[in-house]
Design a protein around this ligand. Structure first.
Ligand code: SF4
Length: 342
């Protein structure tokens, strides 16, 4: 049978060794990404979403990070966790691209934008400088840059924040990657520019057929861009589903909390935002039961004892919560999380 997945992550565990002990940042994450699909990974800061993404790209130095367990299979055959740094470098920039939150920290301030785009093309595709220039101009046009010939000669500081983000996207796209990972791609931008960058990335995913993982805490970005969503909490996936399943049928109290605490583009601006009380658990020694128990208004005694398994709710939807057990009390989705909307 033909494998339609560009990425298969299985039981991934990533820790950081520190003087104070081991931080278990990612604690058994599994998911698939289909070819051409846009997947959002959401959660509060420290939930393990960025560590998961950077481990897929092997961008976190080891030590201090260690992949303790699991598999990351890319394009049906390449086992990312076993590649040498050299082999991985070949894949990064040719088959995978990354877009960071702050372009200023990832762009080289001393090199023209044209040089930064063509460098990767020449290195990974072994084409002439002239060919690479032609390709760079095409990409700058594709990301909506006017006067691309002139822009090629300029340095990053001569660009506005939104334009710099377009340059970063152009660099990531230069080698026609099969997988693009965008880590909080719009967080540093103002609202109007955010909308333009989201629109651009949506268009690009359709045009280039690249699969995209968007790491974000912003549910507006999720609603606008993604087809499927993974909700992470304390290093684990607590719920996953299509955008509609997460926005309108979610079953996990943490997802409800996120929906109430983060502004959504599809909701009235006057809707009151309710922060999730409490803080995430200490990942030096994660709790033995459900990691959300200390903050969950529905916690039962079993929650503090045993970590719930995922309950399958549809072909695309699953959640890890004891409330889904047949013997659990019936709890309705709160109105502020969209419970009365349907
Ligand atoms: Fe709340 Fe228990 Fe569900 Fe965890 S398992 S989210 S504590 S109800």
């Amino acid at each position: 049978m033909m494998n339609n997945n560009i990425l298969e992550v299985r039981d991934l565990k990533v820790s950081f060794r520190t003087y104070a002990g081991e931080v278990q940042a990612v604690r058994g994450v599994s998911f698939d990404l289909k070819k051409g699909e846009v997947l959002a990974i959401v959660g509060e800061s420290g939930c393990g979403k960025s560590v998961t993404a950077q481990t897929i790209m092997r961008l976190i130095p080891s030590p201090p990070s260690i992949i303790k367990n699991g598999s990351i299979k890319f394009n049906g055959k390449t086992e990312i966790t076993r590649l040498s740094n050299r082999e991985m470098e070949k894949i990064r920039g040719s088959e995978m691209g990354m877009i960071f939150q702050d372009p200023m920290t990832s762009l080289n301030p001393t090199m023209t934008v044209g040089k930064q785009i063509t460098e990767g093309i020449v290195k990974h595709h072994k084409v002439s400088g002239e060919e690479a220039n032609k390709r760079a101009l095409e990409i700058l046009k594709l990301v909506g840059m006017s006067n691309p010939e002139g822009r090629m000669q300029q340095y990053p500081h001569e660009f506005s924040g939104g334009m710099r983000q377009r340059v970063m996207i152009a660099i990531a796209l230069a080698c026609s990657p099969k997988l693009l990972i965008a880590d909080e791609p719009t967080t540093a931008l103002d609202v109007t520019i955010q909308a333009q960058i989201i629109e651009l990335m949506k268009k690009l995913s359709e045009k280039t057929e690249a699969s995209i993982i968007v790491i974000t805490h912003d549910l507006g970005v999720v609603a606008e861009m993604a087809q499927r969503v993974i909700v992470m909490y304390a290093g684990k996936v607590v719920e996953q589903g299509t955008v509609d399943e997460i926005f309108y049928e979610s079953k996990h109290p943490y997802t409800w909390g996120l929906l109430r605490s983060v502004p959504r583009l599809d909701q009235d601006k006057d809707n009151e935002l309710v922060p999730i009380p409490g803080t995430p658990p200490d990942l030096f020694s994660p709790p033995k039961g459900c990691a959300f128990a200390a903050r969950c208004p529905y916690a039962m005694s079993v929650c503090g004892q045993i970590d719930p398994e995922h309950t399958v709710l549809s072909e695309t939807h699953s959640a890890a919560c004891w409330l889904l057990h047949e013997g659990a009390p019936k709890v309705e989705r709160p109105v502020e999380a969209g419970g009365a909307a349907r």
